[in-house]
Design a protein around this ligand. Structure first.
Ligand code: AMP
Ligand code: FE
Ligand code: FE
Ligand code: ZN
Length: 287
């Protein structure tokens, strides 16, 4: 019989203020404990800077933290997010590549703000002030626009000024998904495609692309995610079956930055066990 602890919810995709979440890693861990989670994955964009703080905050609470990251990758014009679990955070290639991505994000955000500032009363300093020193992204530009009363909330900003077709958008440097998978596996980690079936994604992540990623070591697909379409989920389950991939479900919690709530989608203990078994770069923080 499984214990009540083993059956507590597992949520493997969350963001802290190290990237574009609104809560510090400590606050995020407290929110996870309060929500009754047994396990939380910390997956800030392109950064592992929150791992140690989250580990310290979780100590003695009974909450297990699965250290991870959401790696940015680019496939042609499309941005493809890849969850990376339990890799060695000191791996030289990961360290260098994520630094390059973060630097690209910073300069890209600066250029976006420069263009927005021609039409709206917002400055670069106001955007930086929203970031808490974390990985700069459009959510921080959104927060500055909200603070100035230009839009009511992040979502409204993304539907207008920050939309990729909104007239101010620009991409940022990121490796290809194949390079991403190789990099994560090379650091002893476990790659899982994040929300791979959001609206319109199927033109990009077709079966052959996924087959190629599986050959390189792709371990799983995040099927349970509010942004995946119903048709997309069904297709993902077929692909998971065909390639024997781990199926995960997660909230993509961003604190107050998004409506996503902790544990709104969850991962089974069996799926988590498969991820932990494959990992050689790090172990879950369960101390
Ligand atoms: P960026 O990485 O700078 O291109 O910004 C993309 C990030 O913005 C994603 O990681 C999402 O967390 C966030 N985001 C995208 N759409 C929305 C939205 N409608 N509301 C709030 N945050 C969003
Ligand atoms: Fe985000
Ligand atoms: Fe994402
Ligand atoms: Zn995310």
């Amino acid at each position: 019989m499984s214990s009540p602890i083993a059956s507590r919810p597992i949520d493997l995709h969350t963001h802290s203020s190290v990237s574009d979440g609104t809560e510090t890693p400590t606050q995020l861990v407290r929110a996870a404990v309060a929500a009754g989670l047994g396990t939380v994955g910390l997956t800030d964009h392109d950064s592992t800077a929150g791992w140690q703080e989250a580990r310290g905050a979780a100590r003695g609470t009974g909450l297990t933290v699965v250290p991870g990251m959401e790696l940015s990758t680019n496939l042609g014009p499309a941005s493809v997010h890849m969850l990376a679990y339990l890799f060695d955070p000191s791996n030289a290639r990961i360290v260098a590549e994520t630094a390059r991505i973060r630097d690209g994000r910073l300069h890209r955000a600066e250029r976006i703000v420069e263009r927005i500032a021609r039409d709206y009363d917002v400055t670069w300093d106001e955007v930086v002030a929203q970031s808490d020193g974390g990985v700069l992204g459009r959510p921080h530009i959104a927060d500055a626009l909200v603070a100035k009363g230009i839009v009511p909330n992040r979502s409204a900003a993304f539907e207008s000024i920050l939309h990729w077709q909104g007239g101010y958008y620009e991409k940022y440097y990121a490796p290809s998904p194949l390079e991403g998978v190789r990099m994560i596996v090379g650091a002893g980690g476990v790659p899982v495609l994040a929300h791979p079936a959001t609206h319109g994604r199927w033109r990009v992540l077709d079966r052959d692309t996924i087959a190629e990623l599986v050959d390189a070591g792709l371990a799983g697909l995040e099927v349970g995610h509010r942004d995946n379409t119903d048709d997309g989920r069904a297709r993902l389950l077929e692909l998971a079956d065909e390639f024997d991939l781990v199926v995960t479900g997660s909230s993509d919690y961003h604190g107050a930055g998004k409506p996503n709530r902790l544990a709104e989608n969850t991962t089974t203990p069996e799926a988590l066990a498969r991820i932990v078994e494959r990992a050689t770069g790090a172990a879950p923080f369960a101390d």
